[in-house]
Design a binder for this molecule. Structure first.
Ligand code: NDP
Length: 296
């Protein structure tokens, strides 16, 4: 079997188009423009690229983008004061603090200072609790993007066996909660899991969020399964820099029913879902109906 390739790039473009259309409508009908504030502390080169991309995508869908670039020496009090200001600003519907923060800043404290209703990354402890108890929350962008692709491919996910490899707070755990919310039978695997290959072979849906290049190989995939590769790993092969996932693409694609590539799979969905979350936050803040198909 050769797997169907789930084209995250094309799907993300569709999501951004839906967001843009909804933004245009609420602008025209209600005079409201959704706004996303991104806070970057320090000069981490990868973070600078992410923030630039987020800014460009936000503008592209017709939202306001507020960038706050602070020096690497910024103190905790100054950063918290900025978040308080953004929390109180009615033009700001979503707040994202780019991680990682410089070592002297306490990320948990900073993230938990963001108003939960504006926490478009879904990392605030209140949103984690709401998601865990099946209540309306802001959902972390990467797992939300995976869920959207899975729903699009399968329709209903009810009753499917899902295995999530990885238990991080930003990907693995929320991914498992979302799949459970869609009535999958969910297993979470991690570095201490015994016989990982056997566990993975039980999966109708296999999500790899490990951070180890090409660790999930074809022999670990159940024939016909859907494989979602969250991993982004920079490696060198044949003297060239290359981006690979946590899944060994060639061997897995020969067995799977459907698979996301790296690049061009989960990655583009993450920013699209950040925009979707900002729109959702704006709609909730203004008592407007939430955009259909763009939330968990
Ligand atoms: P973390 O390092 O926080 O978590 C990795 C998880 O993988 C841990 O739970 C760890 O288990 C588990 N793990 C490590 N080694 C093994 C192993 N040998 N067998 C089974 N499980 C193992 O990573 P993240 O969740 O933050 O990210 C995972 C990947 O996803 C990375 O490649 C990252 O770059 C990518 N990513 C991609 C995004 C996108 O937009 N596409 C967004 C976010 C992340 P344990 O808990 O036991 O240590």
């Amino acid at each position: 079997m050769t797997a169907k390739v789930i084209d995250g790039k094309a799907f993300a473009a569709t999501v951004r188009g839906q967001v843009a259309a909804h933004v245009a409508r609420i602008k025209e009908e209600r005079g409201i423009t959704p706004g996303l504030a991104v806070v970057l502390v320090g000069e981490d080169p990868a973070s600078q690229v992410y923030v630039r991309n987020k800014h460009a995508s936000t503008i592209e869908v017709g939202m306001n983008s507020f960038e706050h670039r602070l020096s690497a020496e910024t103190g905790e009090a100054e950063l918290l004061a900025l978040i308080d200001k953004l929390n109180a600003d009615p033009a700001v519907h979503g707040i994202l603090v780019q991680l990682p923060l410089p070592g002297h800043l306490n990320s948990e404290l900073v993230i938990n200072r963001i108003a939960p209703s504006k926490d478009v990354d879904g990392f605030h402890i209140s949103n984690v609790g709401l998601l865990g108890t099946g209540q309306k929350s802001m959902v972390p962008c990467t797992p939300l993007g995976c869920l959207m692709m899975l729903r699009d491919h399968h329709g209903s996910l009810a009753g499917l066996n899902a295995v999530v490899v990885g238990r991080s707070n930003i990907v693995g755990k929320p991914m498992a909660q979302l799949l459970l919310g869609d009535s999958c039978t969910v297993t979470i695997a991690h570095s201490r899991t015994k016989d990982l290959a056997e566990v993975c072979r039980r999966a109708d849906i296999l999500v790899a969020a490990v951070g180890r290049p090409e660790m999930i190989t074809g022999d670990m995939v159940r024939p016909g399964a859907t494989v979602i590769d969250v991993g982004i790993n920079r490696i060198e092969r044949d003297g060239k820099a290359k981006l690979v996932g946590d899944v060994h693409y060639a061997s897995a694609a020969a067995v799977a029913g459907a698979i996301t590539p790296v690049p061009g799979g989960v990655g583009p969905m993450t920013i699209a879902c950040l925009l979707a979350n900002t729109l959702t936050a704006c709609c909730r803040a203004n008592g407007l109906p939430e955009p259909e198909g763009l939330t968990a």
